[in-house]
Write a new protein. Structure first.
Length: 336
């Protein structure tokens, strides 16, 4: 029987989640004539050892220095055999009913390049979750969408047309980049009004998560996205739709204005008054907008990480995203 769907699971040090996601993915694959591929970005915990106990294909990145959000799905895609490919994060569970309906819809509508569903968040506390809920209202609603954040089912024909699944150079925004490439090529993306996955997201404190994202280069993703899009057909669509670019440019000019006040304005008393007033302005504005002191302050602090990351991302050298990713296929444990 031919493979209908390849479920590609991206993982890095997910020993706490890997058994749960594999059980859900295998059940879904069995229901739709599919396969499960674990694309591991050289985990250093027990992720792979746990995964060896399941009847799946395991492929692993050879060079840990190549780790990125974009490389996992593309690594799995190199081994995928399915007519459709589903991108699944290791901290999720996929819903079988969604997968069946998504396949049926894509079989009926040949203009669809990808189909997503609603995401059920399982960890509802914390500043990062609250901020994500406020940011993602449009992207995560059902109907026609511009990209499929947090995973989706994609048509292999569409992916082959646009060259690759996800850009190995991107440490974030990889699904947005995939969405604008597909839409530029004429494909449509929709989100069904049913739950596609349960998401067991980060539970660490928000400011610790910001530091982790800086260290992992997640914060550089937007700059990397801009650089990867230079000279491409989808560049104009990126600049129209990615409003974060405008926000972070404003933040950078805010930094420059603060430095100018310190360097130019005198006497000291006037300089300090202007500096403190301008410094406090975005915090005050966001606290009012969010109607939450902690969330307002967190939003502005996060801007600093992401604006600086955008600058660094723009300066990073990139590898051609269609080049094969060096990897190994790992043998499963065999019961004696």
């Amino acid at each position: 029987m031919s493979t209908k769907v390849s479920i590609v699971i991206k993982a890095l040090n997910e020993q706490a989640n890997i058994a749960r996601v594999l059980r859900s993915a295998i059940a879904a694959a069995n229901a739709v004539s599919g396969e499960v591929i674990l694309a591991d970005s050289f985990s250093t915990d027990e992720t792979v050892e746990i995964a060896k106990n399941f009847a799946i294909k395991i492929v692993q990145l050879i060079d840990p220095n190549q780790r990125s959000c974009g490389i996992g799905a593309q690594l799995g895609y190199q081994y995928a055999q399915g007519e459709y490919v589903y991108i699944l994060d290791a901290d999720m569970e996929i819903e079988i009913d969604f997968l069946r309906q998504a396949i049926e819809l894509m079989n009926q509508d040949k203009s669809l390049g990808g189909v997503g569903g609603l995401v059920k968040e399982m960890h509802l506390d914390g500043l990062e979750f609250k901020a994500r809920v406020q940011r993602a209202a449009d992207d995560m609603s059902d109907g026609v969408v511009d990209h499929l954040a947090m995973g989706g089912l994609y048509r292999r024909e569409a992916i082959n047309q646009v060259g690759y699944l996800t850009n190995r150079n991107l440490h974030s925004y990889e699904e947005f980049e995939l969405g604008i490439r597909l839409r530029t090529a004429g494909w449509r993306l929709v989100r069904l009004p049913i739950v596609s996955v349960k998401h067991y997201g980060h539970t660490m404190p928000a400011y610790r998560l910001l530091k982790r994202r800086w260290k992992s280069r997640y914060s550089q993703g937007l700059g990397e996205l801009i650089r990867a899009s230079f000279g491409k057909a989808h560049m104009s669509l990126l600049m129209r739709e990615m409003t974060d670019i405008k926000l972070y440019v404003v933040v950078i000019f805010w930094w420059i204005a603060l430095l100018m006040i310190l360097a130019v304005v005198r006497p000291w008393s006037i300089m300090m008054t202007l500096f403190v007033s301008l410094l406090a302005l975005p915090f005050f504005a966001m606290v009012i907008k969010k109607r939450d002191f902690s969330l307002g302050v967190y939003s502005v602090v996060a801007w600093q990480y992401l604006s600086a990351g955008m600058i660094l991302g723009l300066m990073q050298k990139q590898t051609n995203p269609i080049e094969p990713i060096a990897s190994n296929e790992i043998n499963l444990k065999r019961n004696s």
